[in-house]
Design a protein. Structure first.
Length: 383
């Protein structure tokens, strides 16, 4: 099946009892068993261990990523934590991209280190720098591309090759481009993480996460971490995400087209110091973006001339763009990473990674692009 067919049909079948075309919401804590001898014959016992609605979503995201199986979680961070808990132990070492979601950085820097796990952060645009940090006790390399919020791009195929040379797992976050635009398994990755809260949901309606794998041993370890820590997705969230995913490709194409138009317009504005968007030919990793992905996504970042104060004035003044955390939904959002999504990262580390005090992040939605540009133009004119 093609991708757009899978996004609608994979993992779901009409309800066998009623014929309902939508997967039922199995809003139940527990499942009655026929007898002790036939325990689990129906496949479910308790919703922390598994739920039919959640399972339908897991099968769908696994199919979309071209994976063997998947597990779903209460949030994107819960998915990331489950991977770390499943694959690491005291004395291990990991290499993490220097630009990742702020919660990922915080957990690696402040929690994994407390458990006796060594963490090195590295410029993930430099694959050789990643390889140079791998040691005998290194267990995994964690990347996120395009990176949140600077939109730095990692060469997934090269990093995967380096990881395989050293017998190390490559874990990558594919939230920003989704399997519609980027296929990490085809580029050699071992584990794919999603914040389903973002583009897969697409409507600012849920918190959720997913981990997709292509290896049964990895699936067993990660599923065991999930049930042990209770990091599960709820049936209602799974149901809503199932519906959102059906329109993923249509939304991604339209939002990405809007994002390119916004980025090109910002690039010509006299009050904008620089713009980062992987689809612009002056992006430092434009060639890699064009090679490893079929689209550039709906995220744009830029710096307003005048630094953080000018950026704050812009975000406080702009209309139509909502000042809020989150991304990937049909509504356009504007975010100040330093005070919002990446506040947990020490300032010196942020600056070194390119997350400057005046950086503005845009999640471009489905509004008329002329209206989005007019709103930015008006706000920039007030600075």
């Amino acid at each position: 099946m093609g991708f757009q067919t899978k996004q609608i049909h994979a993992g779901v079948v009409p309800d066998p009892t009623t014929g309902a075309i939508l997967t039922p919401i199995h809003q139940s804590t527990t499942f009655v068993q026929d007898s002790v001898d036939s325990y689990m014959d129906k496949g479910y016992s308790y919703s922390r261990a598994g739920n039919p609605t959640v399972r339908a979503f897991e099968l769908k995201i696994a199919a979309l990523e071209g994976g063997m199986d998947a597990t779903a979680y209460a949030s994107g961070m819960a998915a990331t934590v489950a991977v770390f808990l499943a694959l690491l132990e005291t004395g291990d070492h990991i290499v993490v991209a220097d630009v990742v979601y702020g919660g990922t950085y915080r957990f690696a820097d402040q929690f994994l280190t407390k458990l006796g796990i060594e963490v090195d952060f590295v410029d993930a645009a430099d694959a050789d720098a990643i390889g140079a940090l791998i040691r005998p006790n290194t267990k995994l390399v964690f990347t996120e591309t395009p990176a949140n919020p600077t939109l730095k791009v990692t060469d997934l195929a090269r990093v995967s090759e380096i990881c395989k040379e050293h017998g190390v797992l490559h874990v990558t976050d594919n939230t920003f481009l989704t399997p519609y635009y980027q296929r990490p398994f085809e580029l050699g990755a071992d584990v794919i993480i999603h914040s389903t809260t973002k583009f897969l949901d697409g409507h600012n309606a849920t918190l959720g996460g997913a981990v997709v794998v292509n290896d049964q041993a990895l699936q067993d370890k990660i599923a065991f971490a999930r049930i042990s820590a209770g990091l599960v997705m709820s049936p209602m969230v799974a149901w809503l995400t199932l519906q959102g995913t059906k329109t993923l490709s249509v939304r991604m194409d339209a939002q990405s087209a809007n994002a390119l138009a916004v980025a090109e317009w910002l690039g010509g504005h006299t009050k904008v110091d620089y713009v980062n968007y992987p689809g612009l030919t002056n992006h430092p990793q434009y060639r890699i973006s064009s090679t490893q992905a079929s689209g550039y996504g709906a995220m744009v970042c830029f710096e307003v001339h005048g630094g953080v104060e000018a950026g704050k004035k812009l975000m406080d003044a702009v209309e139509l763009w909502s000042l809020a955390e989150n991304l990937g939904a049909v509504e356009s959002l504007i975010t100040h990473p330093v005070t919002m999504t990446h506040a947990a990262i020490p300032r010196d580390d942020r600056i070194a990674a390119g997350i400057t005090d005046g950086l503005v992040r845009l999640s471009v939605g489905l509004e008329d692009v002329d209206d989005l540009i007019a709103a930015l133009d008006d706000a920039l004119g007030r600075i």
